[in-house]
Write a protein that binds this ligand. Structure first.
Ligand SMILES: NC(=O)C1=CN([C@@H]2O[C@H](COP(=O)(O)OP(=O)(O)OC[C@H]3O[C@@H](n4cnc5c(N)ncnc54)[C@H](OP(=O)(O)O)[C@@H]3O)[C@@H](O)[C@H]2O)C=CC1
Ligand SMILES: C[C@H]1O[C@H](OP(=O)(O)OP(=O)(O)OC[C@H]2O[C@@H](n3cnc4c(=O)[nH]c(N)nc43)[C@H](O)[C@@H]2O)[C@@H](O)[C@@H](O)C1=O
Length: 316
């Protein structure tokens, strides 16, 4: 990284913000693009790359959302993510970018893959229907990076993060992932003195969570040390049922009421714990335990609520 220019695509998002925080500790120049550069537009992306010619790219821009957003807006998730991946990867090839890291997601794996899921489970079975569109776009991105390595010799690599959370998350009630949704719901129920909250689905699906700062460390390690076609899993190695997660979030937030389930909402895949042994062998390990990470995320939520209301945030 020393002396290189690194373009963080999607720097306003949760992962992009974490990457910028992490790259600020490196001897590199961070490049970002205005949001007016719509990465779905081929000419805009080509123009930006021709002007800035980054040495390295981390592709953390995507149409992202939780289970409900994925299920109800598959057209956007498929089109936007295919277009963003194709435009950025092709522009990087044209401008001879020396390193590119594409970010996929653990939802690329078959719904009933053996657990923990190793990288070679890709394309061995049917996908989870709630996020099939997003998964297909992400698989296309992995395959494009791999094909460009094979055909053109581009040093393009891919990482598959598990479910992420942390500062800068999306707290929208309908489109968010489970952790920000539960933080928000428990916080507002506590403030309103309500005696219960409901979680979507049955509470039995298991999920593996990783704090976004641990992902940023993994990305820098891969950028500096990894150069191969094989995509790399990035997970914490631990999962838990959503019902238990909800109890943990309630404890962190200080909500003491009942936690009900809402089986009319989708459960999604029953389990997607990844095998991250390849990355561990390179010397990476997560540093942030789930409960500590949830406290950090709740503090960030309080800061963002306070900014919205123009007041000083309370202590969590
Ligand atoms: N969050 C998670 O749990 C996981 C995320 N990932 C991957 O990590 C990456 C980042 O996700 P995350 O940070 O959570 O998502 P966010 O939604 O927080 O950030 C995505 C960023 O991409 C930008 N973006 C979206 N569309 C365009 C576009 N057409 N042109 C320019 N910029 C665009 C968004 O800008 P704007 O908001 O202005 O539209 C936003 O800043 C994605 O590739 C995602 O697939 C992988 C596994 C899990
Ligand atoms: C990262 C990953 O994110 C998405 O997949 P997902 O893992 O299913 O993500 P999720 O965080 O939205 O839900 C996790 C679990 O939690 C349950 N759940 C309970 N209560 C709420 C709730 O209030 N909101 C949400 N969103 N989920 C809830 C929910 O029913 C599910 O069982 C993919 O579409 C895809 O984008 C992807 O790759």
């Amino acid at each position: 990284m020393a002396g290189k220019s690194v373009y963080v695509a999607g720097h306003r998002g949760m992962v992009g913000q974490a990457l910028v925080r992490r790259l600020e500790q490196e001897d590199c120049r961070i490049l970002t693009a205005e949001r007016s550069v719509d990465l779905r537009e081929q000419a805009a992306v080509r123009g930006w790359f021709a002007q800035h010619r980054p040495d390295a790219v981390v592709l953390a821009a995507a149409r992202v959302g939780g289970i409900m957003a994925n299920q109800t807006r598959p057209g956007e998730f498929l089109y936007d993510n295919i277009a963003i991946a194709a435009n950025v990867i092709e522009a990087a090839r044209q401008q001879e970018t020396s390193k590119l890291l594409f970010l996929g997601s653990s939802c690329i794996y078959p719904k009933f893959a053996d657990q923990p899921i190793a990288e070679d489970a890709l394309l061995t079975g049917p996908l989870e229907p709630t996020n099939e569109a997003y998964a297909i776009a992400k698989i296309a991105g992995i395959k494009l990076a791999a094909a460009y390595r094979r055909q053109y010799g581009c040093d393009f690599i891919s990482a598959m993060p598990t479910n992420l959370y942390g500062p800068g998350d999306n707290y929208d009630a309908d489109s968010s992932h489970v952790i920000p949704a539960l933080i928000r719901r428990a916080h507002h129920a506590k403030a309103a003195g309500e005696d219960s909250i409901a979680i979507w689905g049955t509470g039995t699906p298991r999920r593996e969570f990783l704090h976004v700062d641990d992902l940023a460390d993994a990305c820098v390690l891969l950028l500096e040390n990894y150069s191969d076609e094989q995509h790399i899993n990035v997970g914490s190695g631990k999962d838990l049922p959503i019902g238990q997660l909800a109890a943990l979030v309630a404890r962190v937030v200080g909500f003491t009421g009942r936690i009900d389930t809402d089986p009319s909402k989708p459960d999604g895949t029953p389990r997607k714990l990844m095998d991250s042994a390849r990355l561990s062998a390179m010397g990476w390990a997560p540093r942030i335990a789930l409960e500590d990470g949830l406290r950090d995320a709740y503090a960030a939520f309080l800061r963002s609520e306070a900014r919205g209301m123009g007041v000083t945030p309370p202590t969590p």
